[in-house]
Ligand binder design. Sequence first.
Ligand SMILES: NC(=O)c1ccc[n+]([C@@H]2O[C@H](COP(=O)([O-])OP(=O)(O)OC[C@H]3O[C@@H](n4cnc5c(N)ncnc54)[C@H](O)[C@@H]3O)[C@@H](O)[C@H]2O)c1
Length: 438
Amino acid sequence: MQVVVVGLGYVGSVCSACLSNRGHSVVGVDTSSFKVDCIQRGMSPIVEKDLGELIAAAREKGLLRATADLEDAVLNSEISLISVATPSNPNYTPNLGAVDAVVRNIGHALRKKSGPHVIVLRSTVPPGTTEARILPILLEASGREIGEGLSLVFNPEFLREGSSVKDFHQPPQTVVGSLDEAGYLAMEKMYAGLPGAFVRTSTKVAESVKYLCNVFHALKIVFANEAGSVLKAFGMDGREVMKIFCQDTQLNISAAYMRPGFAFGGSCLPKEVKGFITLARDHDIQIPALGALIDSNEMHIKRAYELIARDGRKRVAFFGLAFKPGTDDMRDSPLVALAERLLGKGFELSIFDDFVKVSRLLGKNKEFIEREIPHLERLLSDDAEAVLHDAEVIVIGHAGAEVRRVIAQRAAGRRIVDLSGYADLRDSGAAEYEGICW
Ligand SMILES: NC(=O)c1ccc[n+]([C@@H]2O[C@H](COP(=O)([O-])OP(=O)(O)OC[C@H]3O[C@@H](n4cnc5c(N)ncnc54)[C@H](O)[C@@H]3O)[C@@H](O)[C@H]2O)c1
């Protein structure tokens, strides 16, 4: 393919070299004459392993050149990748001035070009930017419409400086958000042969994935460093502990616990988190990130309350009381905390929980229920239909498939607030459905 790469920094120079290495004909564009000259002389404009050799080889094969003339480059290409910098403004919003300018210039150039063109934003931008900000600039400048010779794509870059050439050829996945089919097809063609899944999604989701990846990687580093600092204070080698910790690919390094939903609770997590924070404090080790876990969790319970309270309806059918489905354990259950908050604010509750029901029938958790939550016990019902009877709002902490069927049948005209994410409830025909994180 005939590819233009605008912005020859870390991302752009690696992309230019790697795409030409894969057989594409690439023109790099930058306002920096130093970077343009470097490429023209077959040298890398940045310090990066293997990049100099790749650029030299691509120059020799005649598959790579660089220029400051964006218009000329666009007129002779079918696809333009934008990887200019998006530095932070003083308030930490990204400065998108360079992206705007490049998109406008590409749009103007397209007025002189016949034939379709695909514009691909690779710079990291906040969710919604491509559609809400870049699209109007592009449409106005080019005079074209999406799908009529114009495609707009957001395709995040996951490479890491220092190993970016290797990362380019072995991406974890290729994520593509496009506003039309031609955009996806062009990207499939450009990346043909790369390993990893090719994920088609919306531009907004693709933008969000990139942001979250960076935040998560930072969180992982902070977790390891705070944990390691506390462990060191106990005379331990944090690296040894983390090595074994990471060998658990079922619960630790995995998708477990990574589904947005309701707060954590139960007999272990709150207790151990508080215990670990106390250990750190006892040794004068500051752990601001881990130290904020309990507050963050409580904030989420408050968020759930505000979501339920928002429209003023007070009669609530409340499903799920134990801290997770499949157990009758209500110790430190965030659903108990939520129910108590609702009661305290004058809501009328009727509560159902499949497993608490069984436990009550067998007398198993009877003592705990009577001692710890007598105020909730009198609101517990063994009959899901009866719980729904007068309800205006249905709150779903968790519910089994059979109970969800009962709820779905009676959802019409009521509002469902889903803290767990059941697809069958979203499609149940409730007057209003809203999830806590969706
Ligand atoms: N560096 C990384 O590891 C990395 C990884 C993934 C994504 N990103 C994102 O990719 C984007 C680029 O990052 P980078 O590290 O390559 O930036 P960089 O600062 O190294 O390079 C940006 C380049 O854009 C050029 N430029 C600026 N305005 C221009 C214009 N109007 N026309 C042409 N060229 C112009 C600059 O001269 C510079 O060479 C950023 O949004 C960044 O967040 C970076």
